[in-house]
Design a protein. Sequence first.
Length: 107
Amino acid sequence: MAQILERIPVVAGVAYAERVRRLPPTFTATLAVEPANRYFLQAIAVLVNGEKVGYVAPEIAAGYYDLVTASGVPVTCPGRRAGRVDHETSGVELLLDFSSLQSQPDR
C-alpha cells in the first residue's frame, strides 16, 4: 500500500514541547540528517527557523535518509500542526508534506 506522503508524522518528545507550541499553524521545515545519533542511525531532525522541533518518524526516516544525505543542499518541506484527532489518537502534533521531495521511496 502506498504511503500518504502529505501526512508524515514528526516525533517530538517533551524536550521540544515548548518549541512546538510556539509554531504557527503552517511552516517550512528543514530536514537534517544526524549520522551520529546513537538512538537511530538514520535519524532525520526537523528544524523550523533553526530550532529542532523533533524527528521524522523512524519507520519513515529510513526511506528518506539517503535522499536527504545526498541532496547537497538543505531539504525543506511544508509542515503544519496536526489536527485534534491526530493528537488525541496518536500524540502527533506536527505533520510534514513530503510530496514535493524529488525522489520518493516505494512503500
